[in-house]
Structure formats: structure tokens, C-alpha cells
Design a binder for this molecule. Structure first.
Ligand SMILES: Nc1ncnc2c1ncn2[C@@H]1O[C@H](COP(=O)(O)OP(=O)(O)O)[C@@H](O)[C@H]1O
Ligand SMILES: [Mg+2]
Length: 361
């Protein structure tokens, strides 16, 4: 029995049709025919998205929208929701920090990781959130955004000072939640289920997003003493990843590889970064580091990304689904200008004050 067809809606990239499923059908049945429909209709892509029980939306895309990525007009942003890239079905990919607090952004050099961060930072710049950065490539990527940053560390030594301050800030927030919700002070942080969103707005601490560009540079060790410092930083990042969400602290970690070579605890940290974005990689093991525990086909898709398409990436979500995205091009000058314009939105955060980069960095 064919599903009942709803209204046809033309879009700037193709068509959308809603289908009401016939009894006994499920979205997967339609999705399984997507490839056949694509050939039958001679279109670039057919994507199937369940919209409500019993109804799926077919998105027909007439051409390769990722060749020149342009964000759709209705991108669906909002507080802590940044439309950051275009999906292959011509809808916006929204980085939603409250749904997926921490994310790992992987990719070879020049694959587009910093561009992805650039979009996130400019997107968040207009919101009442604190932005902190660790960029141990001497700040080449993040220093241009200094006017909007509440904290910036450009060397492992600085990061080693910043991270414990963030951990302490997180613990203070847990104390605040305990005090406000009448939870016994002896309750361990891990057992507290309420979060900052349960606090009245006037008392709610400002959200903090911590960007780490090139995590390997942060964990680079030359001596035994460095090694101790690195292990401490890994532990602190794990702590932030485990407990940050409830305290309104989010991580965006970016690297070329993310495996055991980063030291003790690296795999544990990776497991906490539930959002995964994999740009072009040099070998399959790297793609597996990002997507292996999410979907095996996604690993294959990430391995076929062409070098002449920087910004193209495969996103995996925790439900096992995955799709291709591409960031639009955004020049560093434009991004920096936006950070300058929004500099007045840097929130008051006494703990981070010593790390505030001078506006002319
Ligand atoms: N979506 C994109 N569209 C066009 N060019 C891009 C895109 N993303 C990145 N680039 C370009 O590719 C190069 C590498 O990007 P970058 O983000 O610095 O990579 P990475 O941080 O992974 O080394 C830069 O010159 C950048 O301008
Ligand atoms: Mg980079």
C-alpha cells in the first residue's frame, strides 16, 4: 500500500513532501527506498526525516548543496543553539549545547576544523555566554577573537593555570545548586541531578563554552615534568566533561587525532565528548577515533572526503545517525570584526578575570 502524499512544497534547493505512512509501514521502509527514488526522479539526493509518529518528510535536493555551502534563511538558532553548517539535505546543522554539551572536532591539518570553531565562536558571540579558549599554537586561531573572550591560554603552562580555575568555578556552581535546592552539602557532585537551569534566572551563573584548538599541542610533552602536568590537565578536562553540563560549562575540543598517544585518560575524555564531527582525515584509524563508536558507515564516509573540499565533515549523533555537513566560508577578518562588535557582551566572571586577554592581543 503506498503512503498518502501530502502537499508538495518547493524550496530553493528542491522539494519537500510529507508522507503519511500506511498501516504497518515505518520510516525505515521509506528510507530504504530513498536511493531508488533518487534515481527514479533523477535528483541529487532524497532524504527521509520522521516529523511525527506516522509522518515522514521527504526532502528532494536537486544539486550538490555542499559544493558551495550557504546557510538556509530559516536556520533555527536560539540561546546556546548555533547554526554552524549546512547539511547535505539542505537544512542547517545546529550545534545545540544543551542537547549535546561536549563535542570532539577531528580532522587533518587544513581540513576545516578552525573554520568550524570560527562559526561557533561568532555564533555564540552575540549570546550572553562566556567564551574561553585554549590555543597552544601560540593563539594563531583564537587570538583574533580576543575582544570577546573571557579567557585565553596560548601555552600549555597558561592552560595548566586556567583549567583548575574552571574546575573550581564548576565546583562553586555545584555548591550554589546544593544551597539553592536544599541538597545536603555532603552529597557528592556526581549524585546531584539538578542543574543551573533549575535556578532562578537572577542567580543562574552564566554559561561558559571552552574551546580547545589542537588538543595535541596542549598535551605535547618534552620532559617528565611536562608529563605530570599533562596528566593533570587531562584529568581536569575529564572532570569538566563529566560534570560541566549541569554547571553550564561546555567543551568543544578540536584535534588531528585523538587516541592513546595523548596520554593516560585520553580515551576516557573522548568518551565524554558525545558530539562528533569528523573532517577529512589521513587514515582510517583517525576517523574511527571520532566515529567508530557511533556508526561504521560514517567512518567510511569520513574517509572519502576530498582535500579540495575543506569544511566538509561527517557528523555523528549519539543515536547512531550520521550525515554530511559543510561550513560556509567565513573570513577571519569578518569573524574577528564580529567579536569586536560584541565585546560589550563579555560577561562579568571574576574567576576568569586574570585570564582575560587584552583587547589588542
Ligand atoms: N567551509 C569552507 N569553505 C571554504 N574554505 C574553507 C572552508 N573551511 C576551511 N576552509 C579553508 O581551508 C583552509 C584550512 O581550514 P582550517 O579551518 O584552518 O583547517 P584546520 O584548522 O583543520 O587546519 C583555510 O584556508 C580555510 O580558509
Ligand atoms: Mg586549525
Amino acid at each position: 500500500m503506498p503512503p498518502r502524499r501530502g502537499l508538495l512544497r518547493p524550496t530553493s534547493t528542491g522539494l519537500r513532501i510529507r508522507l503519511r505512512l500506511a498501516p504497518g509501514q515505518e520510516p525505515a521502509d521509506i528510507a530504504a527506498s530513498a536511493e531508488r527514488l533518487r534515481h527514479a526522479w533523477g535528483v541529487h539526493g532524497v532524504y527521509v526525516e520522521p516529523v511525527m509518529p506516522g509522518v515522514v518528510e521527504l526532502r528532494l535536493v536537486g544539486f550538490d548543496v555542499l559544493r558551495r555551502a550557504r546557510m538556509p534563511r530559516k536556520a533555527g538558532g536560539g540561546f546556546l543553539r548555533v547554526p554552524v553548517a549546512l547539511r547535505e539535505d539542505a537544512t542547517a546543522f545546529v550545534r545545540d549545547y544543551r542537547a549535546i554539551p561536549h563535542e570532539l572536532v577531528l580532522g587533518a591539518t587544513l581540513s576545516g576544523k578552525s573554520m568550524y570553531l570560527r562559526h561557533l565562536i561568532t555564533g555564540l558571540a552575540g549570546m550572553p555566554v562566556a567564551l574561553a579558549g585554549i590555543d597552544c599554537k601560540r593563539g594563531v586561531e583564537l587570538a583574533p577573537f580576543a575582544p570577546r573572550l573571557s579567557a585565553l591560554a596560548t601555552e600549555p603552562a597558561e592552560a595548566a593555570e586556567l583549567l583548575p580555575v574552571l574546575v573550581r568555578e564548576m565546583e562553586d556552581r555545584y555548591d550554589l545548586i546544593r544551597a539553592r535546592q536544599g541538597i545536603a552539602p555532603s552529597t557528592p557532585n556526581e549524585e546531584i541531578t539538578s542543574d543551573v537551569w533549575g535556578l532562578p534566572e537572577s542567580e543562574r551563573p552564566v554559561s561558559i563554552v571552552l574551546f580547545v584548538d589542537e588538543v595535541a599541542e596542549l598535551f605535547l610533552v618534552a620532559s617528565r615534568k611536562d608529563e605530570e602536568r599533562r596528566d593533570e590537565m587531562v584529568t581536569q578536562l575529564i572532570r569538566l566533561a563529566q560534570l560541566g553540563r549541569a554547571a553550564g560549562i561546555y567543551l568543544e575540543v578540536c584535534g588531528q587525532r585523538f587516541g592513546a598517544e595523548l596520554g593516560k585518560g585520553a580515551t576516557m575524555l573522548r568518551a565524554q565528548l558525545s558530539g562528533r564531527v569528523c573532517h577529512r582525515v589521513n587514515d582510517e584509524p583517525s576517523a574511527k577515533m571520532a566515529l567508530g563508536d557511533i556508526a561504521t558507515e560514517a567512518v567510511g564516509a569520513a574517509c572519502t572526503i576530498a582535500p579540495e573540499r575543506p569544511g566538509l565533515a561527517v557528523v555523528g549523533d549519539t543515536s547512531g545517525g550520521w550525515f554530511r555537513i559543510r561550513t560556509p566560508y567565513l573570513s577571519l577578518a569578518d569573524a574577528a570584526a564580529r567579536c569586536e562588535r560584541t565585546a560589550h557582551l563579555v560577561p562579568e566572571l571574576p574567576a576568569l578575570k586574570p585570564f582575560r586577554p587584552t583587547a589588542t592581543a
